[in-house]
Each structure stands twice: as structure tokens, then as C-alpha cells.
Ligand binder design. Structure first.
Ligand code: SDX
Length: 378
């Protein structure tokens, strides 16, 4: 066996072989199953993209119809899950609520048959169908309202906005949300996907796999950055304050939220599309007052940190899109999770096809053969 050098954060170390997605970080290219993200954003919808990621090929019309039908009819939550959610503190973060609910599904569907394609399909359907309902239900419950039941006549994206805002969205916001779901669905071996794969490799159930990934996505260095971006733009407050604010952050060696990426050394292609989506929404519904601050910050960061390859990542413009869609700031990461569930499940399925438990090694830096000092002598 070749002994590799230690790389903090496993930078550059291949952790698996995968045919699900591909990133070229120097050229700003992202493909799902070989199809450029721009084409999917323009021509696909979220469930078709999820199918592509999970089953490896674009579905036929019949296959897509069946998939959409099954998901539409599994959106409702068991009343005991809703009752459980009622006990959650309304001050708690929705990502914690989502993680608990995803794990709780394992209590209801405890029979595990990882070598049965019907079991795999049922788990995929259930998770894709119910996670948006969980996110919307928690939002309404913490406001003291009853959750809104999903509407079978609405598509995946429109139904989520309907359950969240208690009114049917216009076609443009529904379409833009759909594209945003496509953009966030998969991204090679990012931290939450790696977490999902490690959990999957123990042959536990898919609900535990998704719950562990949700917990990982929540952190501010990963999916949690999108809400931090909004707090940051609010703190900056005005275009005039961008450069002095940035100078101060850099002097304190603080990270600028929504910027930088382990793989991309250019602007994340998803950020480019999300910025265009934000502009489309602003054209119709009015400009977000922080958009100009964001554009100025992008410019200022490029001047200061461009030489290090630090440019906007997916989390930089997503929050400005979500705000215009009426999504509260602390739901940005749960919304990311709704979409990324497709990628996590694709990797779960791929992992099961050729499983070996993840068990890396370490470089021990501690002591050896130390004396045991009795407590009275310490
Ligand atoms: C996502 O991996 C994925 O694919 C993730 C994701 C997905 O779809 O799954 O794309 C989604 O998680 C996007 C990233 C969201 N996070 C943020 O926006 C938080 C801010 N960015 C970072 O902290 C950082 O850039 C990371 C966490 C995204 C990447 O971290 P790395 O690869 O470990 O880089 P690093 O922290 O070691 O930084 C390398 C250098 C350092 O400078 P030097 O010490 O070498 O001089 O770049 C600098 C850093 O200081 N740097 C930044 C910076 N990010 C990196 N400096 C200022 N602001 C930043 N945001």
C-alpha cells in the first residue's frame, strides 16, 4: 500500500470514484452525469434532474411521469411527525428541526433492505417528497399556524412555495425556485456528501444517511454560509461602506462569507446563474436594497483576493434570490438541503453498489507507554 502524506481537510485526496458529477475548478465547469449545469438550469426541472443524478440517465416521459406521481403522493407527513415537531422550540434553528425529522423517518420505516431495488426507490421517493413538507411545516408551526397540506396539482417547486407562504406562487418565482433547486442538487464530494457516504458505508438506513448530511450542511463553512451572507450584507449596509468594511475584515483575517471554494478558483458557475435569477426577480418585483452592496463586494474581493482564486461561491447570491421569494433567512440552508437530498441519495446508491466501510488512518502525534499517576499524586 502506498503511504500518502497528510493533507489537512483531505485537500486533493480522492475519497471515492464517482460518475455522478464533475467539477473543473479552474474553468468553472459543473456537470451532472456529463450534462453542463447551464443546460439543466435552462431545460430541466428539479425532479428530472434528481432522477438523472440518482438513476444515472435522463428519464423517459413515462419514467418521469411515474416518478413525479409517486413523489406527489408521498408528500404528506405522518401526524406523529407533525406532533413531534410541535414539541420543538420555535427559537430552534430549522436545520436542527430538519435533521431530527429526517432521522425520525427511520423510526417509521425501520425495515432495512439495502439490496432490494424497491426499498431503495421507496426511500428515495419518501425523502424527496417529505423533506420540503417538513421544512414548510416547521416554518408555519413556529409562527403558531397549522401546517398547510401539500397540493397535488402543483409541481415540486411551486408546491413548496405554496406550503411555505400559504399562497400559490406566480409562475416566475416558481420557475426561479425550480432552477435554484437544480443548481444546488449535487456537487461531488463536498462535506455533507462525504458525511452521507461515510454514514452510508456502515450500511445503516437512508434516513440516518440524510440526517447526518443535514447536520454537516448546517455549518457556516458549508451550506450555512448563505444566511451568513445576508447578515454580512446587512452589516455592511451601503455601497460606500463595502471597501472600508472589507479592509477591516482582511486586517482581522476574517473569512468573507459566500466567497472562496476548495475546488473553484474562479467564480462558481452556479453563482453566475443565481445572480442572473436574482436580476430577473428584481426586474419584476423590485430590486433588493442589498444587491448593489453584493455586486460592489464581489468587485472589491476580486481586487483584493482574486490572486488567491477567491470569488463568489454558490452561497453568495442564493440568499438574495430566496429573500425575494419570501423565504426567511434561517430557511436558506434547509432549502439547500431539500435540493441536495437528491445528490446525497445519488451518492448513497452509488456507495451501496460497491461498498467498503470508510475507515481512514491517522498520524498519531501523542505519547507512548506513559506512567499512570494515581489521582492522589497529581
Ligand atoms: C459550499 O465543497 C463544496 O462543493 C461545497 C459547496 C457545495 O455545493 O456543496 O460548493 C457549497 O459549502 C460553498 C462554500 C460556503 N462557505 C463559505 O462561503 C464560507 C467562506 N469560505 C471559506 O471559509 C472557504 O473558502 C471554504 C470553507 C469554502 C474553503 O476552504 P478551504 O479550501 O479550506 O480554504 P482555506 O480556508 O484553507 O483558505 C485558503 C486561503 C487562505 O489564505 P492563506 O492563509 O493561504 O493566505 O484562502 C483564504 C484563506 O484565508 N480564503 C479566504 C476565504 N476563503 C479562503 N479569505 C477570505 N475570505 C474567504 N471566504
Amino acid at each position: 500500500m502506498t503511504v500518502c502524506e497528510y493533507r489537512a481537510g483531505l485537500e486533493g485526496i480522492p475519497a471515492t470514484q464517482s460518475s455522478i458529477s464533475y467539477v473543473d475548478g479552474q474553468r468553472g465547469i459543473l456537470e451532472y452525469r456529463g450534462i453542463p449545469i447551464e443546460k439543466l438550469a435552462e431545460q430541466s426541472n428539479f425532479l428530472e434532474t434528481a432522477y438523472l443524478l440518482i438513476w444515472g440517465e435522463l428519464p423517459t416521459q413515462e419514467e418521469l411521469k411515474l416518478f413525479e406521481h409517486e413523489i406527489t403522493h408521498h408528500r404528506r407527513l405522518k401526524y406523529r411527525i407533525r406532533d413531534m415537531m410541535k414539541c420543538f422550540p420555535e427559537s430552534g434553528h430549522p436545520m436542527d428541526a430538519l435533521q431530527a425529522c429526517a432521522a425520525a423517518l427511520g423510526l417509521f420505516y425501520s425495515k432495512r433492505a439495502l439490496d432490494d431495488p424497491a426499498y431503495i426507490r421507496a426511500a428515495v421517493i419518501r425523502l424527496l417528497a417529505k423533506i420540503p413538507t417538513m421544512v414548510a411545516a416547521f416554518q408555519l408551526m413556529r409562527k403558531g399556524n397549522d401546517p398547510v397540506q401539500p397540493r397535488d396539482d402543483l409541481g415540486y417547486a411551486a408546491n413548496f412555495l405554496y406550503m411555505l407562504n400559504e399562497q400559490e406562487p406566480d409562475p416566475l418565482p416558481a420557475k426561479i425556485f425550480e432552477v435554484s433547486l437544480i443548481l444546488h442538487a449535487e456537487h461531488t464530494i463536498n462535506a455533507s456528501t462525504f458525511s452521507a457516504m461515510v454514514t452510508a458505508s456502515t450500511l445503516t438506513d437512508p434516513y440516518a444517511v440524510v440526517a447526518s448530511a443535514v447536520g454537516t450542511l448546517a455549518g457556516p463553512l458549508h451550506g450555512g454560509a448563505s444566511e451568513e451572507v445576508i447578515f454580512m450584507l446587512e452589516e455592511i449596509g451601503s455601497v460606500e461602506n463595502v471597501r472600508p468594511w472589507l479592509e477591516e475584515q482582511l486586517a482581522h483575517k476574517s473569512k468573507i462569507m459566500g466567497f472562496g471554494h476548495r475546488v473553484y478558483k474562479v467564480k462558481d458557475p452556479r453563482a453566475t446563474i443565481l445572480q442572473q435569477l436574482a436580476e430577473k426577480l428584481f426586474e419584476k418585483y423590485g430590486r433588493d436594497k442589498y444587491y448593489d452592496v453584493a455586486v460592489e463586494l464581489e468587485q472589491a474581493v476580486a481586487e483584493k483576493l482574486g490572486h488567491k482564486g477567491i470569488y463568489p461561491n454558490v452561497d453568495f447570491y442564493s440568499g438574495l434570490v430566496y429573500r425575494k421569494l419570501g423565504i426567511p433567512t434561517d430557511l436558506f440552508t434547509p432549502v439547500f438541503a431539500i435540493s441536495r437530498t437528491a445528490g446525497w441519495l445519488a451518492h448513497w446508491k452509488e456507495q451501496l453498489n460497491e461498498n467498503r466501510i470508510f475507515r481512514p488512518t491517522q498520524i498519531y502525534t501523542g505519547l507512548h507507554d506513559e506512567p499512570y499517576v494515581p489521582i492522589s499524586e497529581r
